[in-house]
Design a binder for this molecule. Structure first.
Ligand SMILES: C[S@@+](CC[C@H](N)C(=O)[O-])C[C@H]1O[C@@H](n2cnc3c(N)ncnc32)[C@H](O)[C@@H]1O
Ligand code: SF4
Length: 395
């Protein structure tokens, strides 16, 4: 596959041109982490990867028939744990995408990986299949924290996996979770400094969130798990921004930091509210350009997904035409997560109204947003209050 993908770019695009991404969901994990509400499932028997590939091929055909010609700029294997897939499975899925749409020569192809030694053994195979970027779920560099988070790897094992990834892929990102119980700003600062020293071009830094219907939610309800309050969370946030700014990896999105040019192009497709197809169990898509845009979602259960695709060629359970107003709301919600902000004309065309000048002036006066030459963005001071800013502008 690598040779097919390395062909000269037929359609290299400027960053702001409409881009098209393909998301592939791999729904299996070796164990369920107590904080996680992603569509991930633990099964005693290994899945039949050949059967899954055939089903993904059929689902890709279904989307291709719906949307027609496109050039693929980004592909993202997310999960679950895609690094449990055999390299030949990734290769077959990439070939299946390439059979339906041309893939840009400079396409970004990301795979989410868990940093265990077993999974690291697959990295060279993924690279040979055409993967250009891995996103490693390191989560913490502290063994006690990793145990608390239910992770199956130690900090040293994760560091070794990152090294193997750095040798195998041109681009590597790591995920860390902070705002863990009793985590002090000094401890987080030291942990983050070690993570920055690893030298990856991209870091995703998430504050631990208690999601409904997780093991952590039950502990939280019972008062056995206490997360930092808003003030403590803010101190940890400030440490995060200062350390990453100093290291040359400023936030380009509320939880994502990168060197200039190393932003995740696939996630930018979501945040810039561009077009993407989603295949695999529980995958979401936004297909069609502005004006006629559809929100799609597939069956979440791997077994029901497989049965539906084998019976009728796809497993789409939601396919809704979004009204212009709904699109405007989504554009605001996604776009304001980005440091670059949104194009106000695009928002106003979709919503059919201008932003309320009084609200805008008040937010500008408070230093929470900036408006300049048709662009509206949230400031560094506004980011910690993003939800309130979005709600205010959407009202
Ligand atoms: C799709 S998930 C996991 C990918 C991969 N299976 C792993 O565990 O490394 C992507 C990232 O979301 C973050 N995440 C998941 N649940 C979270 C939660 N409740 N709070 C904060 N971050 C979370 C983790 O950092 C995780 O790496
Ligand atoms: S965090 Fe990752 S490994 Fe853990 S259950 Fe969720 S998707 Fe699976």
């Amino acid at each position: 596959m690598l040779e097919t993908l390395a062909k000269p770019a037929a359609s290299a695009r400027a960053p702001h041109d409409p881009a098209f991404g393909v998301y592939v969901h791999w729904p299996f994990c070796l164990s369920k982490c107590p904080y996680c509400d992603f569509n991930s499932h633990v099964r005693r028997d290994k899945p039949d990867e050949t059967r899954f590939v055939r089903a993904i091929e059929r689902e890709l055909s279904h989307v291709a028939n719906e949307i027609g010609a496109r050039t693929v700029d980004t592909i993202f294997f997310g999960g679950g744990t895609p690094s449990l897939m055999q390299p030949k499975t990734v290769d077959a899925i990439l070939a299946a995408v390439a059979q339906r749409w041309p893939i840009a020569g400079d396409a970004e192809i990301t795979l989410e990986a868990n940093p265990t030694s077993v999974e690291a053994e697959n990295f060279r195979g993924y690279r040979a299949a055409g993967v250009t970027r891995v996103s490693l779920g390191v989560q913490s560099l502290d063994d006690a924290a990793l145990k608390f988070l239910g992770r199956l790897h130690t900090a040293n094992e994760a560091l070794a996996a990152v090294k193997i990834a750095q040798a195998a892929f041109p681009r590597v990102s790591i995920d860390l979770m902070y705002a863990r119980p009793e985590q002090t700003p000094a401890a987080w600062q030291a942990e983050l400094a070690r993570a920055l020293d690893i030298g990856t071009e991209h870091l995703s830094l998430y504050q631990l969130t208690i999601e409904a219907d997780t093991a952590f939610a039950a502990l939280h309800r019972a008062g056995k798990l206490v997360v930092p309050d808003a003030e403590a969370g803010r101190a940890l946030w400030d440490v995060t921004q200062e350390a990453c700014d100093r290291a040359g990896l400023p936030a380009y999105e509320i939880s994502n930091h990168a060197r200039l040019g190393a932003e995740c192009r696939h996630n930018l497709v979501y945040w810039r509210y561009q077009e993407y197809a989603g295949v695999g169990p529980g995958a979401h898509g936004r297909i069609g350009a502005d004006g006629a845009r559809r929100a799609t979602a597939t069956e979440r259960s791997p077994e029901r997904w497989l049965a539906a695709v084998e019976a009728r060629g796809h497993s789409v359970i939601t396919d809704e035409a979004l009204t212009s107003g709904e699109q405007a709301d989504e554009l605001l919600l996604m776009g304001l997560r980005l440091r670059e902000g949104i194009d106000t004309a695009r928002y106003e065309t979709l919503s059919g109204r201008a932003f309320d000048p009084e609200r805008v002036s008040a937010l500008v006066a408070e230093g929470l947003i900036e408006v300049r030459e048709g662009n509206l963005r949230v400031t560094a001071a506004g980011f910690p209050l993003l939800d309130a800013v979005v709600a205010d502008l959407a009202a």
